[in-house]
Design a binder for this molecule. Sequence first.
Ligand code: SF4
Length: 360
Amino acid sequence: MKFYKRIETRKINIGGVIIGGGSSIAVQSMTNTNSRDWKATVRQIRQLEEAGCEIVRISLPDIESAYSVSRIKKNVKIPLVADIHFDYTIALEAIKQGVDKLRINPGNIGSKDRIGVLVKEAKKARIPIRIGVNAGSLKKIHNFSDNSSRAKALSDAAIEHVKILEKYNFQDIVVSLKASNIDITVKAYKLFASKRNYPLHLGITEAGSIFSGTIKSAAGLGIMMYEGIGDTVRVSLTANPVEEVKAAYSLLQSMELRNSGIEIISCPTCSRCEIDLIKIVSEIEKKTFAMKNLKRLSKPVKVALMGCIVNGPGEAKDADLGIAGGKNMGILFKNGEIIGKVSPDKWVAKIISMVKDYNS
Ligand code: SF4
């Protein structure tokens, strides 16, 4: 894979997953089950694991939900992050229960003494803390009307929180500075990245539904990734969290920052296309996603599926495998060479078997 020049950040270990220090950008998500219902939460985390999620966050609104942590931990494989506001005793209980990371805002978790106790326990348990500054809950931001000042308010708030932890000589810190506006978010992350080298958790908060939220996230996160910013990512969607994982991998794949198994290159079709390419591509995508989940795709493979011979052979030749359509047939390519012909009703089966062979 081609890596952009990433901004050097401090290496942090989250329950065995390393972020920062040039590691691959880790994909994370958040459950939307009731955390007190540990069985439902475990079920959802397992679905996220299947989809390739590497770190999962659960919110702990009260002490009862914190009591579920050890049972959830015992039944899942990926590191568990506890999201806590206002009450430091919930965070202390989460640490006791074996959580792998905390997401708090030191500014709203209690007095300095209480933060001191919490930091001491996090240090003892060797777990990092994410400072998650969010424009929605930062009152100061409304004092400003322009995006640059709002971004500075976000970055200043993050630095203020960072300083609280640094006072206790705690540096296992991850930071996020989320807003639902792309310009504010990008400016805030850039500003913070120019001042501190803690790893950054990227996200555009409250981005929206699967379709619009994915596009908005890709636009904002893509700018930051292109500039080398970001160590872990959550695409925040109003949807089943599995969709967040799919979107994050697709974005990282498009940015050439992660290989998620298969890359499909396909044309939009036009009147030259004489096959049902839309249906074929959608079926192949579904089947290869399932193969990825079953860890049957270890070797990256680029597959071109083109509607006709205008751009088809060129794209298909550049890919590892490909088919360029014609009237009632397709020209099959492997590693740039034509290897035969295949009728449209056999495209899906042929490509799937070739992808399997490629990975065997
Ligand atoms: S590859 Fe052929 S069918 Fe597809 S959009 Fe281009 S010209 Fe149209």
